[in-house]
Design a protein around this ligand. Structure first.
Ligand SMILES: Nc1nc2c(c(=O)[nH]1)N[C@H]1C(S)=C(S)[C@@H](COP(=O)(O)OP(=O)(O)OC[C@H]3O[C@@H](n4cnc5c(=O)[nH]c(N)nc54)[C@H](O)[C@@H]3O)O[C@H]1N2
Ligand SMILES: Nc1nc2c(c(=O)[nH]1)N[C@H]1C(S)=C(S)[C@@H](COP(=O)(O)OP(=O)(O)OC[C@H]3O[C@@H](n4cnc5c(=O)[nH]c(N)nc54)[C@H](O)[C@@H]3O)O[C@H]1N2
Ligand code: SF4
Ligand SMILES: [Mo]
Length: 757
C-alpha cells in the first residue's frame, strides 16, 4: 500500500546524499540550495517572501521583520540563511487538490513518511474525519464553528490546548485568554519538550527565564561556551557571530558528545572572501563528554576555576546567594569522580576553565543537548553557577543565553501560554476579564498525553505543531489522542499527526495563513528578546480555485465570541490585531511598547530581560545558586532488552535530534550531508563500539528501545563519543518512552538507552 500511494503521489521518490563526509559546515551546498530554490519556477514568489517585512519562520534567531527580511536587529545585512528558504519554500507549495481527501483513506495516508506528508502541499480548506468514516471530508466553516463550539462546552479540566511556536504573539495571547476564560489552565506547548528546563532553571537563579544576552552583547564577548547545540544546522546565523568572535581573537569552547563538523570549521556565505572559500575555524577547544554528563563537565570546570583562583569572590559576595554551598560541594568532589562521570580528562577541563577564567566577557549558550535530559534543570543550574563563579552575569558582553528553537516559541511563553504563569500576570488577567481564574494546575505536554491516555480530556485544540510525532512513544501518543472526543488541528501543512493522531469522534484540520500571508499585522519575539513586527501579506493560495483559509486570530476570536457572546471583552473586535496588542501592552510585563508599535513601527527589545548590571529580578536582587548533584548515567544491562542471547549486540545511549534538512517533525530532505548519513534510517556510532560488537560500517541492524524497535538501520561511523549514538526524530520516537525531569516536564530525548543487534 505504501508503495502504491507513494508512487502515485511521488513518482520521483528517491534518496539523496552520497554518504561522503565533508570537512566543514556551510559552504557550497548552502549556496547550491539557494540557487536551486530561488531560480526555479517559484523563485519570484520566494524572493518576494524573503523580502517581505516579517520575521523568518524557522528558528528563534529572529532575522527579518521590519528590517526588510535580510537584516538582524543590529542592521547587519545578508543574515538570511538557507534554513529560512527551506521553511518558506515549504509554505509556498501549491494547495492540496480539492478531491485529494476523498480519494485516499486514512490507512493509505498513514503509510506516508513525514516528508511525503509535507509534500502533499498546503492545506487550504477545512476537513473533518468522523469516527464512522475512513477518510477526511471537506466541511464548511459554519459547520466547523458549530462542532468546535459544542466541543468546548465541557468541564474546563477536560479542555486542553497544545501549541507550537510558529504562530504570532497575538494568536498566542488570544489562545491563553480563551482557555483561561473558560477555566482551563491546560496550555501545553512545544516548549515543554524543548527549553522548559532553561526557563525553569533561569527563573530560579536570576528571576528571569530568558536570555540575558542581547545580540549587541554577543558581539562584545571574548569567549563563548556552546553547549549541546548544532548551530550550523539549527541557528546558522549564530555561526556569523562565532566567526566574528574568532576574528577578534576570542575563544569558542564547544561541549558536545558529537563532533559537528560545522562547529570545527564553517564556511559562511555572509563573508564571501574571508570565510566562504576556505572556511573559518570555529572551536578553540572541543570537549566530547559522555552524553548526559554536562553537569559533571561544569563541576569539573568549576573545580579547576576554584583551584586556580579564577573565581570572582567579590562578585559572589555582593551578587549571589548560597554560593558557599556550591563552592563547598565542588571542593568536596574528587577529580576522579568527576572525570569518571563525564569522561573528559582533567587537563581538558582545566583548559576550558582557563579560557573561561581568564576571559573578560563570557557568554554561555546552549540548546537541546542540555535541556533534553532527566537532570536538565541541574544542567542549567551548573551552567549558571559557572557564569556566576566567574562574574559573567549582569554585565555587558556576558551572561547566560538559551538558544531558543521555534521562531516565536519565546513569545508564546511571554504571552502566558504556559502552565507556570506568574501570579502577577494571573491577577492582571483577572482584572481584564473581571472574574477570578482557576488555579488548578494545568497539564504540560507530557501530562496532557498522560491525562488523555487516562481518558481525562474531551477536547483538544492544537495551534500548529505535531503533538503526535513530537512526543516519545508513538504507540502511547496515538492511543492517548484516540481517547479524546474532538481534536482540532489548526495547521498550514499536513503532517504525521493529522493521519495518526485521530480523535475518538471528530478530528478537524483547519487551514490557516502562514506568518507572511496574514491579512493583519502580527508580532513575534526572538530568543534574544527582540520583538519583531510582521507586516500584512497576501497568500498565493487566495488566487487558487476552491481554497478557503483564514487567519489563526480570526478563528480564535470568532470561537471566543461564539463561546462567550457579550462579555467584558469584545472578542470579535480582537480580529483586529491592534486591539490584541493593546491588551498585551496592558497585561504582559515589560511589553508596554507593543501598544505603540502600530503607530511607530518600532521593533524593540523587551525591558528588564537583558542584564547589564548584576541586580537581578529576584526577591533579594541577588542571583541564587543551587548545588548540582552528579548525574547517574548507568545504562540498562543487555538482559533487560528482550532479544536472543547469542547474537552480537551493544547497549548505547542514543541522542535523538534533527538532521540537517528537517524542521522538527517535518523532513525536507532524506539525508544529512554534514554527518555523512545518506538517509534517515541510519544510526551514527563510534567505530570502537561497532568493533566491540562485531559490526561493520553500513551493516544493517535492529535498534531496540523500551517501546519498540527499528529494523534495517544502517550503521554509519562518525566522530561521536564512544557509548553514544545519534538517530533522527520523529521516526525514532516510535521506539522509546522517556523519563522526564519532573521540575520542567522535558523528556530525556538525548539519552535513550538502546540495544543494537
Ligand atoms: N533547520 C532547523 N532549525 C531549527 C530546528 C530544526 O528542526 N531545523 N528546530 C528548532 C527547534 S524547535 C529547536 S529546539 C532548535 C534545536 O537546535 P539544537 O539543540 O541544536 O538541535 P538538536 O538536533 O536537538 O541537537 C543539539 C545538539 O546536542 C548534542 N547533544 C546530544 N546529547 C548531548 C549531551 O548530552 N550533551 C551535550 N552537551 N550535547 C549533546 C547533539 O550532538 C547535537 O549537536 O533548533 C531550532 N531550529
Ligand atoms: N526525539 C526527539 N523528539 C523531539 C525533539 C528531539 O530533539 N528529539 N525535540 C522536541 C522539540 S525541541 C520540539 S520544539 C518539538 C516540536 O514539536 P512541534 O512544534 O509540535 O512540531 P513541528 O514539527 O514544529 O510542527 C510542524 C507543523 O506545524 C504546522 N505549522 C507550521 N507553521 C504554522 C503556522 O504558522 N501556524 C500554524 N497553526 N501551524 C503551523 C505545520 O502544519 C507543520 O506540519 O519536538 C520535540 N520532539
Ligand atoms: S538564523 Fe534562524 S532566524 Fe536567521 S535566517 Fe536562519 S533560520 Fe531564519
Ligand atoms: Mo524546540
Amino acid at each position: 500500500m505504501a508503495d502504491v500511494i507513494s508512487s502515485e503521489i511521488f513518482p520521483d521518490r528517491q534518496l539523496d546524499g552520497t554518504g561522503a563526509k565533508p570537512t566543514m559546515g556551510g559552504g557550497l551546498p548552502v549556496i547550491g540550495y539557494w540557487a536551486e530554490k530561488t531560480l526555479d519556477l517559484k523563485g519570484g514568489l520566494l524572493w518576494k517572501t524573503l523580502l517581505h517585512n516579517s520575521a523568518c519562520l524557522s528558528c528563534a534567531w529572529g532575522t527579518g521583520g521590519q528590517k526588510g527580511g535580510f537584516q538582524n536587529e543590529d542592521e547587519e545585512n545578508l543574515q538570511r540563511c538557507a534554513k529560512s528558504v527551506e521553511a518558506i519554500a515549504s509554505e509556498l507549495m501549491e494547495p492540496i487538490p480539492t478531491h485529494f481527501f476523498e480519494r485516499y483513506t486514512i490507512s493509505e495516508l498513514q503509510q506516508l513518511s513525514s516528508m511525503e506528508a509535507d509534500r502533499l502541499g498546503r492545506l487550504s480548506f477545512p476537513v473533518i474525519k468522523h469516527a464512522y468514516s475512513d477518510r477526511y471530508e471537506r466541511i464548511s466553516w459554519d459547520r466547523v464553528y458549530e462542532i468546535v463550539t459544542e466541543a468546548f462546552q465541557k468541564s474546563p479540566e477536560r479542555l486542553a490546548s497544545y501549541s507550537s511556536g510558529r504562530s504570532s504573539n497575538e494568536a498566542a495571547f488570544l489562545l491563553q485568554l480563551l482557555m483561561r476564560s473558560l477555566g482551563s489552565n491546560n496550555l501545553a506547548d512545544c516548549s515543554d519538550l524543548c527549553h522548559s528546563a532553561s526557563t525553569v532553571g533561569l527563573n530560579q537563579v536570576f528571576g528571569s527565564g530568558t536570555s540575558m544576552v542581547s545580540l549587541a552583547d554577543l558581539k562584545q564577548s571574548d569567549c563563548i561556551v556552546l553547549i549541546g547545540s548544532n548551530a550550523p544546522a539549527n541557528h546558522p546565523r549564530l555561526m556569523n557571530e562565532l566567526i566574528q568572535l574568532r576574528d577578534r581573537c576570542g575563544k569558542v569552547i564547544v561541549i558536545n558528545p558529537l563532533i559537528e563538523v560545522g562547529l570545527v570549521k564553517f564556511a559562511s556565505p555572509a563573508y564571501p572572501i574571508k570565510s566562504f572559500l576556505k572556511g573559518s575555524e570555529i572551536s578553540s577547544h572541543y570537549m566530547q563528554p559522555i552524553s548526559g554528563s554536562d553537569t559533571a563537565v561544569f563541576l569539573g570546570i568549576q573545580k579547576a576555576l576554584i583551584e586556580n583562583n579564577w573565581v570572582n569572590y567579590d562578585f559572589l559576595q555582593q551578587h549571589a546567594e548560597d554560593w558557599e554551598t556550591v563552592v563547598e560541594q565542588v571542593r568536596s568532589l574528587e577529580w576522579s569522580t568527576i572525570i569518571d562521570t563525564c569522561g573528559v580528562s582533567q587537563e581538558e577541563l582545566e583548559i576550558a576553565a582557563k579560557m573561561i577564567g581568564t576571559s573578560q566577557k563570557v557568554v554561555f549558550a546552549w540548546a537541546m543537548g542540555v535541556t533534553q535530559h532527566s537532570n536538565a534543570v541541574d544542567n542549567v543550574f551548573s551552567i549558571a553557577n559557572t557564569a556566576l563563579l566567574t562574574g559573567n552575569a549582569g554585565k555587558e558582553g556576558a551572561g547566560t543565553m538559551p538558544i531558543r528553537g521555534h521562531s516565536n516559541v519565546q513569545g508564546f511563553g511571554s504571552m502566558g501560554v504556559t502552565i507556570r504563569l506568574k501570579e502577577e500576570i494571573m491577577q492582571t488577567l483577572e482584572k481584564l476579564l473581571q472574574r477570578s481564574l482557576s488555579r488548578v494546575q494545568g497539564y504540560d505536554t507530557r501530562a496532557l498525553i498522560a491525562a488523555s491516555d487516562r481518558s481525562e480530556i474531551d477536547t483538544l485544540l492544537c495551534l500548529g505543531g505535531n503533538l503526535y510525532a513530537a512526543n516519545p512513544d508513538h504507540t502511547q501518543a496515538k492511543r492517548a489522542l484516540g481517547n479524546i472526543q474532538t481534536v482540532i488541528y489548526i495547521s498550514t501543512k499536513p503532517n504525521l499527526g493529522h493521519f495518526h493522531g485521530l480523535a475518538k469522534e471528530n478530528t478537524l484540520i483547519l487551514p490557516v495563513f502562514a506568518r507572511f500571508e496574514n491579512p493583519h499585522k502580527t508580532t513575534t519575539e526572538s530568543g534574544n528578546n527582540f520583538v519583531r513586527l510582521n507586516d500584512r501579506g497576501e497568500s498565493h493560495l487566495n488566487q487558487r480555485q476552491g481554497t478557503d483559509l483564514i487567519s489563526e486570530v480570526e478563528f480564535l476570536s470568532v470561537l471566543a465570541d461564539r463561546l462567550h457572546g457579550d462579555d467584558v471583552i469584545n472578542w470579535r473586535s480582537l480580529q483586529d490585531t491592534k486591539y490584541i496588542r493593546q491588551l498585551i501592552a496592558k497585561t504582559i510585563p515589560d511589553y508596554a511598547k507593543i501598544g505603540e508599535i502600530d503607530d511607530t513601527n518600532q521593533e524593540f527589545t523587551i525591558a528588564n530581560r537583558v542584564f547589564h548590571s548584576p541586580t537581578f529580578p529576584t526577591r533579594s536582587g541577588k542571583a541564587k545558586m543551587f548545588v548540582t548533584p552528579l548525574p547517574k548515567l548507568e545504562l540498562p544491562t543487555r538482559e533487560s532488552f528482550d532479544f536472543p542471547p547469542d547474537i552480537p549486540a551493544i547497549i548505547l545511549s542514543l541522542g535523538t535530534g534533527r538532521s540537517y534538512s528537517q524542521h522538527n517533525t517535518v523532513v525536507y530532505k532524506e539525508g544529512d550531508y554534514y554527518r555523512g548519513m545518506p538517509h534517515r534510517n541510519c544510526i551514527l556510532m563510534n567505530k570502537t563500539d561497532g568493533d566491540r560488537a562485531g559490526f561493520r560500517e553500513h551493516q544493517r541492524v535492529t535498534v531496540k528501545g523500551n517501546a519498540g524497535k527499528m529494523e534495517n538501520v544502517e550503521i554509519i561511523y562518525g566522530q561521536i563519543r564512544s557509548g553514544s549514538a545519534l538517530m533522527f526524530y520523529p521516526e525514532v520516537n516510535a521506539i522509546f518512552s522517556a523519563p522526564i525531569d519532573e521540575r520542567c516536564g522535558t523528556p530525556a530525548f538525548k539519552r535513550v538507552p538502546i540495544a543494537v543487534f
